[in-house]
Design a protein around this ligand. Structure first.
Ligand code: GAR
Length: 185
């Protein structure tokens, strides 16, 4: 069984979609670890309910990024993790993880990259008057949301409510992430 890790900072609906797909056999993989940089985030409750091991840390407890990334990378190595899936992990990945997991870290982003890189992508797109939105899954490198694109899916929306765009996008995200992980594994 292939081992994957999911990194998240908040709600964790993508984490749960991936974990459920592993549990019901749509993905022949196991979520060996959920990594979270926010001790109070809802994703921690999801991991506990699903019985998935979690490593949750507070970046402020470390003097630098490589301090906690070394601990994470050691855990991933010990578990034999082959693919790292960022799912709403709102932190730039540093050299320690990038070097040790080169080409094996992917991210999901709520825009048609390279448009609207970075935080608040949906809110900025709505403000811009965008009519065709989308979801991108891409490889992670040292650039912000700039790695090579693996999968994209677009949808049309002509309103003005970021919450509606988020809701429409998340339905696509949960399916597209599972399908993309299956292809990569
Ligand atoms: C997702 O919509 C994902 O695309 C976005 O965070 C959300 C996390 O949702 N990621 C980014 O904006 C990365 N730049 P979730 O916690 O419910 O999975």
């Amino acid at each position: 069984m292939k081992k994957i890790a999911v990194f998240a900072s908040g709600n964790g609906s993508n984490f749960e979609a991936i974990a459920q797909a592993c549990a019901d056999g749509r993905l022949e993989a196991e979520v060996a670890l959920m990594v979270c940089d926010k001790p109070g985030a809802y994703v921690n409750e999801r991991a506990e309910r699903l019985g998935i091991p979690a490593f949750t840390f507070n970046p402020k407890d470390y003097s630098c990024k490589s301090g906690y990334e070394k601990i994470i990378a050691d855990k991933l190595d010990a578990l034999g993790v082959e693919l790292v899936c960022l799912a709403g992990y709102m932190r730039i990945i540093g050299d320690e993880l990038l070097n040790r997991y080169q080409g094996r870290i992917i991210n999901i982003h709520p825009s048609l990259l390279p448009a609207f890189q970075g935080a608040q992508a949906v809110e900025r797109a709505v403000e811009y008057g965008v009519k065709v939105y989308g979801i991108t899954i891409h490889r992670v490198d040292q650039t912000l949301d700039g790695g090579k694109i693996i999968a994209q899916e677009a949808f049309h929306y002509d309103g003005h409510d970021p919450e509606e765009v988020h809701a429409l996008g998340q339905v696509i995200e949960h399916r597209l992430y599972v399908d993309t992980i299956r292809k990569l594994l």
